[in-house]
Design a protein. Structure first.
Length: 274
């Protein structure tokens, strides 16, 4: 309750009073208090799902009403992978808000797999920027394909990978399998190799920058990297990673989503020319 109150910028007492009013209005107990904290009752779970659906219907209604106007408005419920959000999303959102100032932004940043699962569940996200390969019913539009690189502090380190720690990080299963295939192909099995494990791409690159080992990372992480990097091949083809815009088919037709896609692709073209 304390954390929920903080997210709503009110005190816990006010939140408790609102909850009591809602329970009286619905004639149902929505939460129970236990030694493990506050938990939803079955009635509370049903109320939560209905509230999510009402919020989504309200957002869809705003989008529908905006279609007959010259100016796009409404709410962009965007989910974005952590790495894309760090390296690419801020500049993209600046360009989007400049062109569409009446659109409200509701941004969720998480691992690509989590964003994908929330899209499937209609969980407050209309469209997602997801890195990597995920099979399923969602429509996906390629945004970019980037090279995967071996990075070291200096070029001479590339000749002694067996002697240096491999710095690995948390990523999706598909990309992890591809990295393992590359390591096996070059007799660099992680199972027999000294490793350092970090939980994000930025830390991974910084560890390499300071000479703590070597890593395998995508182009997106190399904007400010001044060490040695070499594009890799896997199974005699370029080792790459693709980023997609993903959504359910009907969502892609929403004016606010279409506007976001238009700005996204325009910004990417301009960056390529630069």
């Amino acid at each position: 309750m304390t954390h929920a109150a903080e997210l709503l910028f009110i005190n816990q007492s006010s939140l408790s009073k609102r909850l009591q009013i809602l329970e009286r209005r619905l004639h149902a107990k929505l939460v129970s208090r236990t030694n493990q904290g506050v938990q939803f009752t079955p009635a509370g779970e049903a109320t939560l799902q209905t509230a999510i659906e009402i919020n989504k219907l309200n957002s869809d209604l705003q989008e529908t009403l905006a279609t007959d106007e010259l100016e796009v408005r409404g709410t962009l419920n965007l989910g974005c992978s952590i790495n894309y959000a760090q390296y690419e999303l801020p500049a993209l959102l600046v360009a989007f808000q400049k062109q569409y100032p009446k659109v409200r932004l509701n941004i969720t940043i998480d691992y690509s797999r989590t964003i994908y699962q929330r899209l499937l569940a209609n969980d407050a996200i209309d469209v997602g920027i997801i890195r990597g390969e995920f099979k399923g019913p969602l429509r996906k539009i390629p945004i970019s394909t980037e090279a995967i690189n071996l990075i070291c502090q200096k070029s001479s380190d590339a000749d002694k990978l067996q002697e240096l720690p491999f710095i690995q990080r948390k990523t999706d299963y598909h990309f992890q399998d591809e990295m393992n295939d590359w390591l096996t192909e070059h007799q660099l099995s992680v199972l027999t190799h000294q490793t350092i494990t970090v939980n994000n791409l930025t830390s991974c690159v910084e560890f390499v920058r300071h000479g703590l080992g070597w890593a395998i990372v995508p182009d997106i992480a190399l904007h400010n990297f001044d060490g040695y990097h070499q594009a890799l091949q896997l199974n005699q083809h370029a080792f790459t990673r693709t980023t997609y815009l993903m959504a359910k088919a009907n969502t892609l037709n929403l004016p606010v989503v279409d506007a976001f896609y238009e700005v996204l692709m325009r910004e990417r073209q301009q960056n390529k020319k630069a």
